[in-house]
Design a protein around this ligand. Sequence first.
Ligand code: NOJ
Length: 538
Amino acid sequence: MGKWWQEEVVYQIYPRSFQDSNGDGIGDIPGIISRLDEIKALGVGIIWLSPVYKSPDADNGYDISDYMDINPKFGTMADMERLFKEAKARGIRIIMDLVINHTSDEHKWFQESRDKDSPYRDYYIWRPGRMGGKLPPNNWTGFFMGSTWEYDEKSGEYYLHLFDKKQPDLNYHNPKVLNEVKEILRFWLDKGAAGFRCDVINVIYKTSLKDGKPAVAIRGLEHYKSQEGNHRILKELRKDVLSKYDCFTVGETVMVDLDEAKLLCEPEREELDMVFYFDHLEVDRRVARYVPKKFKAKKLLEVLAKWQRGLSWNAVYLENHDQPRIVSHYGDEGKYWARSAKMLATLLLTLKGTPYIYQGQEIGMTNFDYPDMSSLDDVESKNVYKLMRKLQIPAKTAWDWIRMSSRDNARTPMQWSQEEGAGFTTGTPWLPINGNYKEINYQDQHEVNGSVYRFYQRMIAFRAGNETLKYGEFVPLFGDDDTIVYAREGGGEHLVVALNFSPEQKEIPLEGEVLISNTGRSEYDGKLGPYESIVMRH
Ligand code: NOJ
């Protein structure tokens, strides 16, 4: 038996798309409270709540203007306190999203800091421009494309922003900033938070502001990714605050490799408890998420094996609010939609680590079905599209790539029922609902044996009752273009998992007792059907 955050499954809620309670088309906290029983029934023990803080929403809440207040679109602090209480009553813990690389430009610290003489000046990274102010202070380019510097008339200087210009970066060379962060942590832990998902946590410390070496994108990264100063900060937060509470942290770590990840989350380092990395979702992508290449199951197995065996504990996930839907990505949206969604559930829940399910994944929600860019909301998609066009990528290709990888794929409202508004809202949804809500929705699935939802429920219960699945070693056994086979071994038990990522039947000789499969079979005959998954005891 491990720690509670190793035993439990986490469910991520993207509040604006989860459940609207007042008809304004935006999900909210009372809406979440009204769905806690459903979340509990899935078998989940922890909720990761994407940001609900006060924010002008330039990046949907990842631009915070007050860390200790709630975005009125989502409700009030009293609603938030009720959410903690109601979740606790059901045995569900909540982790908050901690976004501390940057604030909103509308945060009072930033507003003050625009004045050169303000005590807040040093909370951010201000520099004069080059060439008499005409050029930005260095050549860095950011995660949302373009220069990382914005000129501010009032100051006569530029400020650094690795993301949108409405997300100025905090200055971690200033100890006062870290003290503020500690206050924020204590504030939420005292309210009942059980930990934090830490946004882009390995880029918060900028060692130098020198020019970056030549790079197609994200120029300057070598000056701030996974720096020694970053480790110092994480250790200090752990020692001074986090270690005093029964909580855990999962870091979102940008472009991290295994060695860097180990330094960030191996237990003896006393920094984070686990990290989200991206390699396993990019085996069929060339430039980060946007340029496709052919999927090879074997490559996926290699990546999984490297991370599963390389870290003592993993954060296991296939979806979040920044990724396309997994059934549209590694599964099938057509004939094998349900079966492939269940195969991917088998993958998620048979890996070693804490599993994270993103809202809608448990019912096999698919990528959006929008006809063109005009329905999109996401700041990143818009910037990437502009850049692709500037690089002369034909409009049709650019749109195809956006459609495949846009963050809005995950952000369409939760499909609760066949009702108009999909049971998400009685008003006009902030982002259009996928037209397939009549076929894919929670209500239809939760009572039906054999649905994707029921399979998730079953897999979660199965993992909960099986120590080998939770803590056994991961052993890669076989991979080719379409199939992978791995074992989980421990305590004398030997489990074998076989997954088919293709619409064809494959011959895979294996022996053992079938424990669970997505086709309902109880015996294995050496033939793995289209998108079939089986877990066997050997
Ligand atoms: C990662 C978050 O998941 C993403 O949604 C956000 O845009 C960036 N960090 C910046 O905060």
